[in-house]
Design a protein around this ligand. Structure first.
Ligand SMILES: *Cc1c(COP(=O)(O)O)cnc(C)c1O
Length: 411
């Protein structure tokens, strides 16, 4: 497989950018391959700088649920661009976005647009702290909530200890306001509340954990978080940056029928452009400036192009009533093919169009082989075993067939 052009670009990039990339996972360090420099994408396919074509299951880490360069989304962006790229003033599209978000995700009574999932989480946590007047936040081991200081933490050594920074540059003083519990362990959360009375502002959770493989919530886990937070005067934040509009139109909260106080959306909500949203209970969101004392702002927040792309995407998802069934059917077919072929050698977690495959034995080494095997056959999956596989509406019969065959062949 030709990769000289990507290699050349990577060498150039490494001289002027950390790791040669603008987001660490893209460097493909874990899989030991030269990262593909992408020149074009359409539908289910992407093309790299050497002219190789791939069936894409990274889908930009989730946003491309309709496939790449969906004509309606591209047209919405093109139309918006002709009227100017940014104004720093309100537009009708932003009102439409907040109204549509509320219609599709009813717990999001009042919302605000920001530019990334990181920013949405950081802002939701600040709103929760401002509303409750408390400083501590509970997160779960293995859940990723973007790279704001307080979220870049890992569990401390002892049970019930405060978290430690998981990145250089995060002051221990910030990390100590984050408490970490194991995912799917509501009792641990109960204990954290007991040990820190009146101090916990919020519990934040990925309702389906999709940044450490794919881990489904145990039955009753999310409902338990709902009741624990309610009983303790804390807020429940669902980080639906991946699951929002991915698992269902109403997100994981619709699917599991648990209503959080605040929700963060990203990825799909921007339709491939940098947009994200946080929002929820009106009384909490009224604390945000200029209605209230919680400051949060953004020069490019609600950017016309990003909002147009997001709106076009959400409108297609809303209109196309068969889309989630189609996505789930394809997800299930790939999952089934891997399960059958792998036997004991791999475990597959799948919910709708979200798949996580974990290998027995030396998981890291097997994943590296898996990645190269698929890459060489024109199938592009995440270059890290902790990342999910995303199926899009553009993946056709032939794509799924070819993918299943390549995966079966691996085993
Ligand atoms: C991707 C992701 C984020 C961060 O979003 P960015 O747009 O990358 O800042 C936050 N939470 C979850 C659950 C994510 O998957």
């Amino acid at each position: 497989m030709e990769e000289s052009r990507s290699r050349e670009l990577f060498e150039r990039a490494k001289r002027v950018m950390p790791g040669g990339v603008n987001s660490p996972v893209r460097a493909c360090a874990r899989v030991g391959r030269v990262p593909r420099f992408i020149v074009r994408a359409a539908g289910s396919r992407i093309w790299d700088a050497d002219g190789n074509e791939y069936i894409d299951y990274v889908c930009s880490w989730g946003p491309a649920i309709l496939g790449h360069a969906h004509p309606e989304v591209v047209e919405a962006v093109r139309e918006a661009a002709l009227d100017g790229l940014t104004y720093g003033a309100p537009t009708e599209r932003e009102v439409e976005m907040a109204e549509l978000v509320r219609e599709l995700v009813p717990s999001m009574e009042v919302s605000r647009m920001v530019c990334s999932g990181t920013e949405a989480v950081m802002s939701a946590v600040r709103a929760a702290r401002g509303f409750t007047g408390r400083d501590d936040v509970v997160k779960f081991d293995g859940c990723y909530h973007g790279h704001s200081d307080g979220m870049l933490v890992r569990a401390g050594s002892g049970a019930l200890t405060q978290a430690e920074p998981d990145s250089a540059g995060v002051p221990a003083d910030f990390a100590r306001h984050t408490l970490v519990a194991p995912y799917n362990d509501a009792e641990a959360v109960e204990r954290l509340f007991a040990a820190n009375p009146g101090r916990i502002a919020a519990v934040i959770v990925e309702p389906v954990a999709a940044n450490a493989g794919v881990v489904l919530p145990k039955p009753g886990f999310l409902a338990a978080l709902r009741s624990i937070t309610e009983r303790n005067g804390a807020l429940l934040i669902f980080d639906e940056v991946i699951t929002g509009f991915r698992l269902a139109l109403g997100g994981a909260q619709g699917l599991f029928a648990v209503k959080p106080d605040l929700t963060t959306l990203g990825k799909i909500v921007g339709g491939g452009m940098p947009a994200a949203v946080y929002g929820g209970r009106e009384d909490v969101m009224r604390k945000v400036a200029p209605d209230g004392p919680v400051y949060q702002a953004g020069t490019l927040a609600g950017n016309p192009l990003a909002t147009a792309a997001g709106l076009a995407t959400l409108r297609i998802l809303k209109r196309d009533t068969g889309i989630y069934a189609r996505l789930a059917e394809k997800g299930a077919r790939i999952a089934e093919a891997v399960r059958r072929a792998a036997g004991e050698r791999a475990e597959v977690a799948q919910i709708g169009s979200l798949l996580g495959i974990s290998f027995a034995g030396d998981a890291e080494a097997v994943y590296r082989e898996w990645y190269s095997h698929l890459l060489e056959r024109g199938i592009y999956v995440a270059p890290s075993r902790f990342e999910a596989m995303f199926v899009s509406d553009a993946h056709g019969e032939e794509d799924v067939e070819r993918t299943c065959r390549a995966m079966e062949e691996f085993f």
